[in-house]
Design a protein around this ligand. Structure first.
Ligand SMILES: O=P(O)(O)OC[C@H]1O[C@H](OP(=O)(O)OP(=O)(O)O)[C@H](O)[C@@H]1O
Ligand code: HPA
Length: 188
């Protein structure tokens, strides 16, 4: 079999053998709660929201239609895993392109795993003059390997055990960001 055919087979197999950790309904309920908490904290603050591409795509879109107050939204692109299942140095592909000097910023991403990605993005936004920097993640992964012991997002959808997951923006080798639930890869 050709390499791409082998990968396609692996990708299908990973989905078939995965464990569903949270259904679409459970994820949507968590997003509703996050949106209410964000509205409560930022509804009067004229914030700038940044989607962390690629993984933040789905949660950002799902949150946006639930945030009924004045805000601006844009994206930044930083990657550490590069479509693999283990992290490397953070690579900035696109820095924030809206000026947010003196304004609150909300960084939105799919997952806070070891937290190197979020920590570096938060530091960058603080150094660039945000009045305050908040973060929202759909998933917080529970383990003792956080980049900083005190690192937490203000807004968290769901917590998961220490397994490699995909769905709702999170990928397995670049695939299954579109999976409509939170799935854990068998054996990982
Ligand atoms: O907490 P960490 O251990 O730093 O990992 C979390 C980051 O890893 C993933 O991005 P990735 O680098 O895979 O790029 P992607 O957004 O294109 O999937 C995810 O979207 C987070 O941004
Ligand atoms: O468990 C994960 N799944 C997908 N992407 C990720 N990026 C960090 N951790 C993960």
């Amino acid at each position: 079999m050709q390499t791409d055919a082998l990968l396609a087979e692996e990708i299908r197999q990973v989905y078939i053998e995965s464990d569903l950790l949270y259904s679409q309904l459970e994820v949507e309920q968590a997003i509703n709660r996050m949106a209410a908490e964000i509205t409560e904290a930022l509804g009067e603050q004229d914030p700038v929201l940044f989607c962390v591409m690629n993984g933040g795509l789905v949660i950002t879109g799902q949150l946006l239609t639930r945030l009924n107050f004045p805000l601006q939204v844009s994206y930044l692109h930083a990657t550490r895993y590069r479509n693999t299942t283990s992290g490397h140095e953070l690579e900035w592909k696109v820095p924030p392109m809206i000026d947010f000097t003196g304004r609150p910023v909300l960084i939105i991403d799919d997952i806070l795993d070891e937290g190197h990605t979020l920590a570096e993005i938060l530091d960058f936004c603080r150094a660039q003059g945000a009045s305050r920097v908040y973060s929202a993640v759909l998933i917080n992964k529970l383990h003792e390997r956080k980049a900083r012991p005190d690192l937490q997002a203000e807004f968290v959808g769901l917590e998961i055990e220490d397994r490699y997951i995909f769905g709702y923006g999170m990928d397995y080798k670049g695939y299954w960001r579109n999976a409509p639930g939170i799935y854990a890869v068998k054996g990982m």
